[in-house]
Design a protein around this ligand. Sequence first.
Ligand code: PEP
Length: 263
Amino acid sequence: MNKKYRKTIIAGNWKMNLLPSDVKSFTEELRTLLPKAKTCEVALLVPYTHISALRRAMKDNRISVGAQDVSVHDKGAYTGEISADMLADLGASYVIVGHSECRQYHGDSDFTVGAKAAAVLEKGMSPIICVGESLEQRERGLTMEYITYQVLAALSFVPEGKERSIVIAYEPIWAIGTGKTATKEEAQEVCEGIRDVVREKFGARVARSVSILYGGSMNPKNAAELLSMPDIDGGLIGGASLKPHDFAQIIDAVAQVTGEEQK
Ligand code: PEP
């Protein structure tokens, strides 16, 4: 399917790493390494405490800023939670929902993930909806069945008219932070399957415009081959996004792939 209808997104997930006081030096270094021309959307999904500093450092909007989670609630007596409204007010454009670490450590169910995606969309931001199978599910041949279930559950919460604002990240759990990457064929097969699910639910026009990212040990060495696949529209990058040089090399891989395609 033609990639011209959708954005390529390289998004870094800092998880619970670096300090707010590290943001300035990180962005100064990254800025010197970014390609002159914008070849893709670059986003950094940082802890809540870093968002303002990152927005200040990136006043020129060269890099979009986002968060890694959000409350399902609008406001009120929810000690410790952060609402979608608060994130939008800080200038966030993206919010990760359903990262496997949130599903595992905070018990986020598919229902919660869908409600979080809806909260993000209602406030004009894009949720990056993470889905992915465990190693056991893959070995038992259940990958696509499970992913279809996760995607459909989240899509059922998307408010009418907001379908094109979603981003989906395929992140096999066994590949996150392990150094084991899905092969480009494995990643493509699932991303294509996800697009089929989006098409069945929302039609061909929405399906061709939704960006589907791959995440799971993406690094400067494997980025280009993954990004060259027809249904992989970018990456959600954990470890390698903490080093400006590695992150910039992954961004460079987009230009490399686009250049190859144009030849
Ligand atoms: C992630 O946390 O979303 C991720 C893909 O991590 P890593 O790149 O470190 O595997």
